[in-house]
Design a binder for this molecule. Structure first.
Ligand SMILES: C[S@@+](CC[C@H](N)C(=O)[O-])C[C@H]1O[C@@H](n2cnc3c(N)ncnc32)[C@H](O)[C@@H]1O
Length: 256
């Protein structure tokens, strides 16, 4: 199967990105974790904030907290949302949100009906930045009754430590550290497509010549949407350009 960047009904045309970036960068200046190496920088934090503002969920579930930069941006985007944040290693946190409920159990081990109002599952955004198998995460979302999800680690065919939606759609399977864990197949893509309404790869704000792995960012190895920020905005916000190499095809998915 050919790699896809988008599928189904697209919810946003991104025409407002160039006007929203100024507000985002103003917030970004006051981020609690200035050096968030190993976690999210402006490259993905912008899209996390953007999608959360658009969806305006009643509940946000964040899987993969690290130092807490993502928790902080969710609180900025949706001040009144109920936030539930999961990480087996919560002692890494530098930002702790007073209103957030924290868990160390895996997303799949939490009985969400205990914590969310019955009619609010549809209005919940689940954000995965935990390097787990996205195929299993899709099954878990479906079983639990969630509709809106984002995957931060949406690694391309030849890269990354987890089975991503991008890999699933390309049919490449998954090998890691020389072990062939999931054989090449079109079955997983077909099941995912039957269960989703929308898949959107959020475009890079700026596309540097090289990827985060140091090779040339060409279309044959790394099919990517066109970058989205106007030159004047890149000049105004140099951090966006400096941090653009962190991009990993962060995506939004809406389940049926
Ligand atoms: C890349 S970091 C997350 C960065 C974070 N989202 C941020 O805002 O910068 C990945 C995190 O996933 C956590 N993790 C590993 N396995 C996990 C799991 N099963 N569920 C949730 N988090 C997990 C790790 O402990 C690590 O803190």
């Amino acid at each position: 199967m050919k790699e896809i960047l988008n599928y189904g009904k697209q919810l946003w045309d991104f025409k407002d990105v160039n006007s929203m970036i100024d507000k985002f960068m103003e917030l970004y200046e006051s981020r609690p974790v200035v050096n968030n190496a190993g976690g999210m920088s402006s490259t993905h934090l912008f899209w996390t904030w953007y999608v959360a503002k658009k969806i305006h969920p009643e509940n946000i579930i964040e899987s993969g907290v690290f130092k807490g930069q993502g928790t902080w941006i969710f609180r900025q985007a949706c001040p009144n949302a109920n936030i539930f944040s999961i990480d087996p290693f919560l002692d890494q946190r530098k930002y702790i949100d007073k209103e957030t409920m924290y868990f160390t159990e895996d997303f799949s081990m939490i009985e969400w009906e205990k914590y969310l109002k019955k009619d609010s599952f549809e209005n919940t955004l689940v954000f995965f930045d935990d390097h787990q198998n996205a195929y299993m995460r899709m099954q878990q979302l479906k079983w639990q009754g969630f509709f809106h999800a984002m995957f931060e680690d949406n690694y391309p065919v030849k890269q990354g430590d987890c089975y991503s939606l991008k890999k699933i759609f390309s049919g490449c399977g998954f090998s890691h550290d020389g072990i062939n864990e999931i054989p090449p197949n079109d079955t997983h893509a077909s099941y995912v497509m039957k269960n989703i309404e929308t898949y959107t790869t959020l475009p890079p704000l700026y596309k540097p010549e090289k990827t985060r792995w140091g090779d040339v960012w060409d279309e044959s190895n790394y099919p990517t949407e066109n970058s989205i920020l106007a030159q004047e905005k890149l000049e105004k916000h140099p951090a966006v350009k400096a941090e653009a190499g962190g991009y990993t095809w962060i995506c939004y998915v809406k389940l049926k």
